[in-house]
Write a new protein. Structure first.
Length: 665
């Protein structure tokens, strides 16, 4: 265990002050000599041209600082929902987190999404309530919102000294450094008592000691709090104003004193994951690796588990914005950039899979847009550029219709589309336009059915498969299993089928991805002489599509869960609007002249609603939305998408096209 190291992510809703907080941490720790500004485009972790121009983070940035003898790998993540995929990848490699909440706006939509992911992954978390110096800041309301919307186990370990223009500092209810006494004003003794009780309640022996003595020493409180934080039972709340540097030193103390160090041993089997990719003009592809076990050195040859290939390391570097240095070694628990892996992808596992945590899916692109280029001469360059960007963000999922000379992207929202256009111009010198976004539907089987394929002509080939396809529960995704014995179909061939089934389900009868189904291989046969492993690459999609033609499919549409707050006088008009959009909502709650409505909305009918809401409520309505799964479309909704490539149901044409493609590889 590396007790002198921490891996911490900074997370927040957009404009909560996340990058400003990171900038202050780097400045106070001596990592940078002067403070940058998000608004002026000079922040250390916003180094892309588009980030400096727009004043928002669009990519996660890895930096580091040292505080009290502990080195901290700090990952600053985007706050806008359109870049949630960057947050998703960063969460996977964090040992601790700082969640920033604005004291003015309180808990917002992205805050809730990130919080749920932090809890699902049991990542120890500090909550930093920022912007205490702003007009409208209300720490009490913010803490109540945290308790109501996030966690009852969130516990203030500080009290703000003043608010808005009068905010001057924070008063500690305990000192996180061990062995230090804590003295607080008499007026705050009740706050200290509540904190002691909350910490003691997590440990029966400590609670008994508290009942007997009526108090607890600061050192044992900090030790117990550290344990509860590492077990994700308690979440300390701290306060500050990042733009003025207030409360930042106390936040840094809490990061090194309360968040846990990484586990993993340097002499253990090699185990790591690639969580981010960049491109450098000199070094080529840069793979950001979090190592969970073992040690990597320059010139090592490493096995990529998912690609099943070996690649050699040319350099191991520490990258900080546009600066980097060759460090030559990466040890368990640490994060660094590996150069020399030309084929590596985000999510690839290096060495042993045992120590690597599972991926937590947050981002679900719900829209697709078509890319248009200025002239045909730029077409190949545009396609190549978007393929490179898709390597760095796999959720883009570029769909290249080569025969129709069309390129489509999956995106989260309009801000992402705007940023992509900016990146293409600044990085590649290309100008493109985007079509209007359309909703991504999905398909699901209507009834159980079988799919069969006997791929035995034209020889040499032999692959016989029979699948049972059954509808699954909504939101279950796809599950695959095989009942075929290895003597009938070799394990190597069965593994190829298992790999190809998800690919075959990327396009259903209507051209949309197929989900919420169970696929079982019940019959399989190979031939001793005629079968080639690639036969099952061709046969599997034909068998799956044959099955879908027998089960039939129906459309699913993406849904949003929403919370709408509006002055009471606009409530009736908004409820009528929600009904027109096919929204479903609970009985509205009216409190202090405002109406709060919660429910669900289809994405397809509500694309323009956020823009309309401002004019309908004279700017006084607020809308919080987050993805809430897919559900059956009404029968009158018709949506089809042009298929990429040849349809496997057209077997002769499909076999010919696929065999030629495989032969040319």
């Amino acid at each position: 265990m590396r007790t002198d190291l921490r891996n911490v992510g900074i997370f927040a809703h957009v404009d909560a002050g996340k990058t400003t907080t990171t900038e202050q941490i780097l400045y106070l720790s001596g990592r940078i000599r002067s403070l940058g500004s998000v608004d002026n485009g000079t922040a250390q972790t916003d180094w892309l041209d588009v980030e400096r121009t727009r004043g928002i983070s669009v990519r996660s940035a890895v930096t580091e600082f040292e505080w009290k003898g502990v080195r901290v790998n700090l990952v600053d993540t985007p706050g806008h929902v359109d870049f949630l995929s960057e947050v998703e990848r960063s969460l996977r490699v964090m040992d601790g987190a700082v969640l920033i909440v604005s004291a003015v706006e309180g808990v917002q939509a992205q805050t809730e999404v990130i919080w749920q992911a932090l809890r699902d992954m049991r990542i120890p978390t500090l909550i930093y309530v920022n912007k205490l110096d702003r007009i409208g800041a209300d720490p009490t309301r913010t803490v109540n919102g945290i308790h109501r919307l996030l966690a009852a186990g969130a516990v203030p370990i500080q009290v703000p000294d003043g608010v808005e223009a009068g905010f001057a500092s924070v008063i500690d209810l305990l000192k996180t450094g061990e062995g230090e006494d804590v003295s607080i004003p008499a007026a705050l003794s009740a706050d200290r008592e509540r904190l002691m009780e909350t910490i003691a309640e997590q440990d029966d022996a400590l609670l008994q000691r508290y009942f007997e003595l009526g108090t607890l020493a600061n050192e044992e409180l900090v030790s117990a709090l550290r344990t509860s934080v590492s077990e994700a039972k308690l979440y300390p709340i701290l306060f500050g104003a990042a733009n003025r540097g207030l409360g930042i030193d106390k936040l840094m103390d809490a990061i090194v004193d309360l968040l846990p160090p990484p586990s993993g041993e340097e002499n253990a089997p090699l185990s790591g994951v690639v969580f981010k990719l960049d491109k450098d003009p000199t070094m080529g592809r840069l793979a950001y690796v979090r190592l969970y076990g073992g040690t990597l050195r320059n010139r090592d040859t490493v096995h990529n588990r998912l690609l099943d290939i070996d690649e050699k390391i040319t350099q191991i570097r520490k990258v900080d914005g546009k600066r980097s240095e060759d460090v030559g070694i990466l040890k368990a628990g640490d994060i660094a950039v590996v150069c020399g892996w030309s084929r590596v992808r985000i999510g690839d596992i290096i060495g042993d899979t045992g120590g690597v945590p599972e991926e937590r899916r947050l981002a679900e692109p719900l829209l697709t847009v078509q890319v248009h280029w200025r002239n045909e001469a730029e077409y190949p360059a545009v396609v190549a550029a978007f393929h490179e960007l898709a390597d760095e963000d796999p959720h883009l999922d570029t769909q290249w219709l080569q025969d129709d000379r069309e390129l489509h992207l999956r995106v989260m929202g309009p801000i992402q589309v705007e940023v992509l256009g900016h990146m293409l111009k600044s990085r590649f010198g290309l100008e493109v336009m985007f079509g209007s976004p359309t909703v991504i539907y999905k398909e699901t089987p209507v009834r159980p059915g079988e799919g069969f394929v006997a791929y035995t002509m034209p020889k040499p080939c032999w692959a016989i498969l029979r699948f049972v396809i059954e509808p699954g529960e909504r939101g279950s995704g796809m599950t695959y299993s095989s009942n075929v014995r290895s003597e009938k179909l070799l394990d190597s061939y069965q593994n190829e089928v298992a790999r190809r089934v998800p690919m075959a389900l990327e396009q259903g009868l209507r051209g949309w991805p197929v989900t919420d189904l169970k696929v079982t291989l019940i019959e399989g046969e190979h031939h001793v002489w005629h079968t080639h492993p690639l036969d099952f690459v061709i046969a599997t999609p034909m068998g799956i599509m044959d099955g879908l033609s027998n089960t039939g499919t129906k459309l699913l549409e993406p849904m949003l869960r929403f919370r709408l707050s509006t002055p009471e006088e606009f409530g009736g008009k908004l409820m009528s609007e929600l009904v027109v959009m096919r929204g479903e909502f609970d009985t509205p709650i009216v409190k202090q002249g405002r109406m709060e409505i919660q429910g669900r909305l289809p994405v397809a009918t509500s694309l323009e609603f956020p823009a309309r809401l401002g004019s309908m409520t004279k700017g006084r309505g607020t809308l919080t939305t987050f993805f809430d799964g897919y559900e059956d479309c009404p029968p009158d909704v018709k949506a089809e998408r042009i298929r990429r490539g040849v349809n496997p149901l057209d077997t002769s044409k499909y076999i010919l096209a696929t065999r030629n493609a495989l032969a040319s590889q």
